[in-house]
Design a protein. Structure first.
Ligand SMILES: Nc1ncnc2c1ncn2[C@@H]1O[C@H](COP(=O)(O)OP(=O)(O)OP(=O)(O)O)[C@@H](O)[C@H]1O
Ligand SMILES: [Mg+2]
Length: 215
């Protein structure tokens, strides 16, 4: 079953510069796709479009056969709250919430009981080597620690698709491997599709398919 489709997608950043044009992607439920290409080529821009966080200049994106642009406010909210998990390149953790609370947010929005949300958040943080950091706030956490928290937050509500922008870019090789293992395994266990931007060929090779963006 096709989960996410991009048709003739185009994004223009100035009068004479298209980042990409006529781009077609079809992603099956549970499929894992790596998105690669040089810095500045448009990977984050494409990921944001696929997530419905930004609007294309040409073409359309369908999620479960429905055009993102034609969705009503409620449907759009549902996508972002329930169906999608997103790891931002710049993390975007909530500064006034501690690590555990940041990870729990998507579950609480989805209506899961507090104790279940907490148990899931603790299990994910433990797996990512952050068992000592539950109570810490983003301001006192390293970039790599924040990145792992952002990853846990994208997985906790078991979305249908995880969109991850260089989710291991700030991690040392051991932590990167742990994080990648968890990301791939969690997606497979819950039959979630994955689109992961990465500069690492080794990481990309673990996924089902690789897409290279060029200019
Ligand atoms: N709204 C915008 N207006 C003008 N330029 C933009 C806009 N959005 C993105 N760009 C430009 O598009 C290009 C692609 O940016 P993007 O962040 O998608 O690259 P990337 O492939 O993710 O790079 P990196 O690997 O460094 O993260 C950059 O040159 C950026 O300056
Ligand atoms: Mg980027």
């Amino acid at each position: 079953m096709v989960l996410l489709e991009a048709e003739k997608l185009g994004r223009q950043v100035s009068a004479d510069r298209w980042l990409f044009r006529d781009l077609n992607i079809s992603l099956a439920a549970g499929e894992q796709l790596a998105l690669q290409g040089a810095s500045g080529v448009g990977k984050s821009t494409l990921l944001n479009l696929l997530a419905g966080l930004d609007q294309a200049d040409e073409g359309r994106i369908l999620f479960e056969g429905k055009d993102l642009k034609k969705m009503g406010g409620d449907e759009h909210l549902h996508l972002h709250r329930i169906a999608f998990g997103f790891v931002f390149q710049a993390f975007h953790l909530m500064p006034h919430l501690n690590a555990l609370q940041n990870v729990m947010v998507p579950c609480l929005i989805a209506g899961l009981p507090l104790d279940q949300a907490k148990a899931r958040a603790q299990a994910l943080l433990n797996e990512l080597g952050l068992a000592e950091s539950y109570e810490k706030f983003p301001a006192v956490l390293s970039g790599g620690e924040q990145q792992r928290i952002a990853l846990a937050r994208a997985l906790i509500h078991r979305p249908k698709i995880v969109l991850a922008d260089e989710p291991t870019g700030n991690l040392d090789p051991v932590s990167a491997n742990l994080a990648l293992e968890l990301l791939c395994r969690s997606c497979r266990e819950h039959h979630a599709a994955l689109v992961m931007v990465t500069h690492s060929d080794k990481a990309a090779e673990r996924l089902d398919r690789r897409l290279f963006l060029t200019n």
